[in-house]
Write a protein that binds this ligand. Structure first.
Ligand code: NAD
Ligand code: 6OD
Length: 484
């Protein structure tokens, strides 16, 4: 049985928090034992990160750090197949997704933030002093210090390096707490850190659960200087409370209940392809995914039929098989949660256009399968329409006017992402401006330029990461005022 260990101060170490099983979601079989970090291990990881700040890492120039970041990207690519296999085993996601999104982006994040820090500037202001003399202000960019990085399971390497790369670019050290469901790629990255010569203590990984475990030990640790978190809104609230002790800054990328809006002048073929991906990709386990779909009445029937067909078109099975297009969800617990919404929809009389249950996948009966599902007919205040399900499902409703479409989309406590489909540029601009979310895609979905601000409005988060916005969070600016 494979053992997954914590990575502390450059070494793989068993934790004092016991062990927990890591399962292959496609079969439900245990394939690894993960060693959980106890409080003393988290103390050691934070201590190592603190010492590294004062060591060679803290003395490195930006170009030296940049050179190491590029080596990290190369190091992931050099072991691409190992990262790929580890991610597939942990998540059950198909190779077709992990090889195109998770692992390439896991590597690219390091190059993107290497570029970003090389061109990062700070402000200078000249001023007059009260006695008519001159003074000069300039800001120095330095690291915040030790950053806690707490991650979810849906895009494990991608979302972890999305935070670790800019944190290291800015000269911080990190302690990562991967999701208990997906510990493998964060651990493997520890090997790459050592291979490319990242000084010990710069990157640490502690494994375990959240409440009263590694997650909470880390986020409530008094020697952590900042916390960056991606996960559920409720967890974000708990982390924000922990961060209040000691007034530590937080960056929170949280949940969503994203709307898609399709206007009757949309290119139907392209729309069905794009919206289908936004509903079902990664078995619906993408925070940016569309779980509410509003369609202008003239094309409503066509979209319902087209999306139902799309839902039925997925091929489920062995995620290592290139032909598989949909995997399981992450765990039995998550399958039960998704299915509980499927049951609620049925009980409330939803019209089920596709799916709605658990498929029978021959040879993989122990896996956590759910059917891609499309409903209509539920009220806007039904839990299926208001709560984040995080499964391959969406509810469709017709609208008549632009104002109505906008109002329906905005009727949510969340504000992460929207996707708008129209061939009218005026419609696209007007609607984008009125939608209360952090990220709007028009005639596309999850098309990423990593320099752009990324994050959620309302209950979907605090702060923006990406490009210079990441640098803002992961660095501390200190103004110097010199009277000349
Ligand atoms: P989660 O909130 O359950 O867990 C995320 C991480 O937090 C895990 O590592 C977990 O162990 C840890 N954790 C849990 N409780 C904690 C606590 N009290 N203190 C410290 N750490 C704690 O989320 P998940 O189920 O892993 O991921 C799915 C969620 O993530 C969805 O809501 C999804 O929308 C969201 N998400 C958001 C984004 C975004 O960019 N906005 C991206 C991906 C996922
Ligand atoms: O692309 C990214 O940088 C990003 N943070 C994606 C988040 C996806 C959510 O599931």
């Amino acid at each position: 049985m494979q053992k997954i260990l914590n990575f502390i101060d450059g070494e793989f170490k068993a934790g004092t928090g016991g062990e927990f099983a890591n399962k292959f979601p496609t079969t439900g079989e245990i394939f690894a034992e993960v060693s959980a970090a106890g409080k003393s291990d988290v103390d050691a990881a934070v201590g190592a990160a603190r010492s590294a700040l004062k060591g060679p890492w803290g003395r490195m120039s930006v170009p030296e750090r940049v050179s190491l970041l590029r080596k990290l990207a190369d190091g992931i690519n050099a072991r691409f197949d190992e990262f790929l296999a580890a991610e597939i085993r942990d998540t059950g996601k198909p190779r077709s997704i992990a090889s195109h999104i998770d692992i390439p982006r896991g590597a690219a994040n390091f190059n993107v933030f290497a570029d970003q820090i090389l061109t990062a500037s700070t402000e200078t202001f000249e001023m007059k002093t009260p006695d008519g003399g001159d003074a000069l202000n300039y800001a120095l960019r330095g690291p915040r210090g030790v950053i806690a990085v707490v991650c979810p399971w849906n895009l494990p390497l991608l979302l972890m390096t999305w935070k670790v790369a800019p944190a290291l670019a800015c000269g911080n050290t990190v302690v990562v707490k991967p999701s208990e469901e997906t510990p493998a790629t964060a651990t493997l990255l520890g090997e790459v850190m050592n291979e490319v010569g990242i000084p010990r203590g710069v990157y640490n990984v502690v494994h375990g659960f959240g409440p009263s475990a590694a997650g909470e030990f880390l986020t409530s640790h008094p020697d952590v200087d900042g916390i960056t978190f991606t996960g559920e809104t409720g967890t974000g609230e708990a982390i924000m409370k922990a961060a209040a002790n000691g007034v530590r800054p937080v960056s929170l990328e949280l949940g969503g209940k994203n709307a898609g809006i399709i206007f009757d002048d949309a290119d139907i073929g392209a729309t069905l392809e794009g919206i289908g991906r936004s509903c079902f990709a990664n078995t619906g386990q993408v925070c940016l995914g569309t779980e509410r779909l509003y369609v202008q009445r003239d094309i409503y029937d066509q979209v319902c039929e087209g999306l139902a067909q799309k839902a039925r078109s997925y091929r489920m099975g062995d995620p290592f098989d290139q032909a598989t297009t949909m995997g399981t969800v992450i765990s039995a617990e998550h399958r039960d949660k998704v299915i509980s919404y499927y049951d609620k929809a049925r009980a409330s009389g939803a019209q089920i256009l596709a799916g709605g249950g658990v498929p029978d996948i021959k040879g993989y009966e122990g896996g956590y399968w759910v059917e891609p599902t499309v409903w209509t007919g539920l009220d806007e205040d039904h839990p299926v329409v208001t709560e984040e399900i995080f499964g391959p499902c969406t509810h469709i409703r017709a609208f008549d006017t632009e104002e109505e479409g906008i109002a329906l989309a905005n009727n949510s406590p969340y504000g992460l992402a929207t996707t708008i489909w129209s061939t009218n540029l005026g419609t696209a601009h007007r609607v984008s401006k009125q939608i209360e979310v952090g990220i709007t895609w028009v005639n596309c979905w999850f098309l990423r330029d990593l320099r752009t601000p990324f994050g959620g409005s309302k209950a979907s988060g605090i702060g923006r990461e990406g490009g210079v916005h990441s640098l803002e969070f992961y660095s501390e600016l200190r103004n110097v005022c010199i009277k000349l």
